[in-house]
Design a protein around this ligand. Sequence first.
Ligand code: IMP
Ligand code: MG
Length: 180
Amino acid sequence: MSEQGLAKTLVSKEEIAAIVSRLGREITECYKDSDKELIVIGLLRGSFIFMADLVREIKHPMVTDFMTISSYGDGTVSSGDVKVVMDLDESITGRDVLLVEDIIDTGNTFSKVVRMLEGRGPASLRICTFLNKPSRREVEVDIDFCGMDIPDEFVCGYGLDYAQKFRNVPYVGIYEGPVD
Ligand code: IMP
Ligand code: MG
């Protein structure tokens, strides 16, 4: 294990910066003809570091908000249940919403969040995820902006955790420690 506790680097700091900058350009381009303010919503806690970097690469007026959904406990296997732990402050009705996620794995959590937010009547709802594990998908998710597809490995760093640890690691690494 490296000094920061992750066995192997999957996405370096430099690669992360390039990904975030490209996503910022894609998102800016997508909304360039809109004179509406964007509402960028981060799902806590995993998206907080990615979201902080991403919003600075988007050249469009925006407000930001956060929502906490619980899905996983402290392990690496999804419970399949989602619960709104902390809801948005802002109303999204009639607004252009960009939902920001750290990683889409089975899609179970995310598809439920999307369905719930669509029920609130946004003008548009688009999805940006930093990482994507397509081989693990159980529920289809339409991703509008995707940072990187990764293999079926449990990864940590750059906001992603194992049992709340490693979020501060500035790169994405493969977690190969004990799971319980
Ligand atoms: P899904 O419902 O299976 O798509 O789960 C998505 C959530 O599971 C993400 O928001 C993460 O919090 C967590 N997750 C899935 N894969 C990983 C991983 O490799 N590392 C850390 N968290 C993960
Ligand atoms: Mg998470």
